[in-house]
Write a protein that binds this ligand. Structure first.
Ligand code: F6P
Length: 357
């Protein structure tokens, strides 16, 4: 008998259910008796002992369903060691619940913050296997996270729709794509949607270079311009500020986001109105795309294999087209960012895409 606790933590994404289904199916199909404790709403469920018992049937019919059957929430790592409002030691509470239920291991699905806490639990002696989820694809130790490709599809659809109306009206459009820290999603959706300018956090922009690119397109006879902007895009000037200084500046920013600021600056410098579209959380919603269904199922199956072998302390990742197990200590606390010198950026530039640099 294996007693498994499972939880999904952090911002949700597509294919969380597909991944959990993969874990459970692979265990059950091996003939292993399994008791599954589904902790609700992320680490909160583990802290407060809020769980439901699940069986194989609960994982049937969820391959194509977005969201997470367990619910999710953000439990910031930086305050995980602080007592809660009632003085409860959250780390101790998680350990106690784990031991009280006599769990063999925890299966934790999450992104960067989630992995820091998962690694802490490992250090505290709990058996942990994790799966890499996030639409941002910014998790260290894996070339790909599930949710990313589905989000690329949605953001691309958005740019495609904007393309036709931009062409009709001869306007400049900005589509703001999710990603506060990294630009994988914006780069991929931008390239797939034929964006003319792509702004990502890893390549700080110069507004004059953006305006030059818009003017150059006009000179070449193009009547419209599509700009894909990551939520975390940053100007060259702001990139020189310390984190604290930049945070203070953002608090005073009169625009709801960087896209609106860039739009106002383009208007000021060219006299042309710019429309902004923000697909926002739609990028995390809906059914996982076929790629993510397959990918998450494979990762889930491999997590099942690790559990059967009693190999704990790993994230199941994907590197160089192979599913691999990555030690949690190599993942936790590191961010995978786009390299401005990477071939994909060079190729995008060869296609004529401006990064405003
Ligand atoms: O981490 C995934 C993500 O969707 C980011 O792309 C985005 O910046 C952030 O979460 C939004 O967070 P929230 O759902 O808490 O608003």
């Amino acid at each position: 008998m294996k007693r498994i606790g499972m939880l999904t933590s952090g911002g949700d994404c597509q294919a969380l259910n597909a991944a959990m289904r993969g874990v459970v199916k692979s265990l059950l199909n091996s003939g292993q008796d399994v008791e599954i404790y589904g902790f609700l709403n992320g680490y909160k469920g583990l802290i407060y002992g809020d769980f439901k018992m699940l069986t194989g049937k609960d994982f049937s019919g969820i391959l194509t369903v977005g969201g997470t059957i367990l619910g999710s929430s953000r439990t910031p790592f930086k305050t995980i060691k602080d007592p809660d409002e009632n003085g409860l030691n959250k780390v101790e509470a998680m350990k106690q619940n784990y031991h009280k239920l006599q769990l063999d291991c925890l299966v934790i699905l999450g992104g960067n913050g989630t992995h820091k806490t998962a690694n802490l639990l490992r250090q505290e002696g709990l058996n942990v296997v994790t799966l890499p989820k996030t639409i941002d694809n910014d998790l260290y130790g894996t070339d790909m996270t599930f949710g990313f490709q589905s989000a690329v599809d949605i953001a691309t659809d958005c740019i495609d729709c904007i393309h036709t109306t931009a062409a009709s009206h001869g306007r400049i459009f900005i589509v703001e794509v999710m990603g506060h820290k990294v630009g994988y999603l914006t780069l991929n959706a931008g390239m797939a949607g034929g964006a003319d300018i792509i702004l990502i956090p890893e390549i700080p922009y110069d507004i004059d270079k953006i305006v030059d690119a818009v003017k150059q397109r006009e000179k070449n006879g193009s009547k419209f311009t599509i700009i894909a902007v990551a939520e975390g895009a940053i100007s060259k000037e702001d990139a020189k500020l310390s984190k604290k200084e930049y945070q203070k500046k953002l608090e005073k920013r009169k625009y709801p986001s960087v896209s609106y600021e860039v739009a106002a600056q383009i208007l000021e410098k060219t006299g042309q109105e710019v429309r902004v579209t923000v697909p926002g959380h739609t990028q995390r919603g809906g059914s996982p795309c076929p790629y993510d269904r397959v990918f998450a199922s494979r990762l889930g199956a491999e997590a099942g294999k690790l559990i059967l072998a009693g190999e704990y302390g790993f994230m199941v990742g994907y590197r160089n087209r192979e599913i691999v197990k990555v030690p949690l200590e190599d993942v936790a606390g590191k961010l995978k960012m786009l390299d401005p010198e990477s071939t994909i950026i060079k190729e995008a530039k060869m296609l004529g895409i401006s990064f405003g640099d």
